[in-house]
Design a protein around this ligand. Structure first.
Ligand SMILES: N[C@@H](CCC[C@H](N)C(=O)O)C(=O)O
Length: 277
């Protein structure tokens, strides 16, 4: 099997062209095997490039534990750059079918610097039942959530996939590896959740660290950065445009007046290869 390894701010992916859909059915098993950093290629996700009947192309992604998320922000930038560079889609604005609906990345030509991609990430979903989170109707903004004897104020946003944002005083020193999995698997989240620990730096900048559903700590999460920007604005901490500083670098997030969230950031190649087993 031919593959290409790419990353967006250190959130790394294995991309496989699967136009005849031969490998998709084994996606979960392949993801567990190929994402393994000791015995496989090593990645935070396995991404399939597939034909679409409703858009230019379809993206499906599997987490390293074999679960299938609805969307991935960093992967879709890599996906778009790969399609454009390989002439698979011959236009800079690409309509991509995902399990979360259509998302629209746009390649930004930047001969002088790193390749950038801006993505129309769609509208954030704030209704509790659609995060999904148990417990009745309404938005979840700064709501106390008891977790193993402690209480966290959470703001929940779906960007197609679920996110639970917790504002903290110091993201750098926060015990993400200890608290992240407890919130991810909390009974309030029937589909589990991604967890973002966000420190507000000023009204235009936040620092975010993430515990990803099905992956653990990663260097960046695109949908998480979008959810954090929306959550920060809903709580009155920031304006509608923020720079999100992640372990792997920066994402530029804009929650526009049309209610769509736009994310801009890099997409980079690592290597190409062939699997032997
Ligand atoms: N890294 C991603 C999100 C990948 C999916 C996530 N682990 C989930 O299960 O929802 C991003 O950049 O958005």
């Amino acid at each position: 099997m031919q593959f290409t390894k790419m990353h967006g701010l250190g959130n790394d992916f294995i991309l496989i062209e699967d136009f005849d859909k031969n490998n998709l059915a084994n996606g979960a098993e392949l993801a567990v095997r190929l994402c393994n950093r000791k015995t496989g290629i090593g990645a935070d996700g396995l991404v399939f490039i597939l034909p679409s009947e409703t858009a230019d192309i379809q993206m499906r992604i599997f987490n390293p534990d074999g679960s299938e998320p609805e969307m991935c922000g960093n992967a879709i930038r890599c996906f778009a750059r790969y399609l454009y560079d390989h002439g698979i889609v011959k236009k800079q604005t690409i309509r991509v079918e995902t399990l979360a609906g259509i998302r629209i990345p746009r390649i930004i030509e930047n001969p002088a610097g790193e390749a950038l991609v801006e993505v129309d990430m769609g509208e954030p979903e704030l209704e509790r039942g659609r995060i999904p989170m148990l417990g009745g109707p309404g938005k979840v903004v700064a709501e106390p959530l008891p977790v193993n004897g402690s209480t966290y104020n959470v703001t929940c946003v779906s960007m197609g996939n679920p996110h639970c944002v917790i504002f903290v005083d110091n993201a750098e020193d926060y015990p993400v590896a200890a608290i992240g999995p407890r919130v991810e698997t909390h009974t309030a989240f029937p589909n589990k959740t991604n967890v973002e620990f966000v420190q507000v730096l000023n009204e235009n900048e936040v620092r975010m660290r993430v515990w990803e559903r099905g992956a653990g700590i990663t260097m960046a999460c695109g949908t998480g950065a979008c959810a954090s920007a929306v959550a920060a604005h809903l709580n009155g901490f920031t304006g509608r445009e923020v720079i999100v500083h992640l372990d792997g670098g920066d994402l530029f997030i804009r929650w526009a007046q049309d209610n769509h969230v736009y994310m801009m950031g890099p997409a980079a190649y690592v290597f190409k290869g062939t699997t032997l087993e």
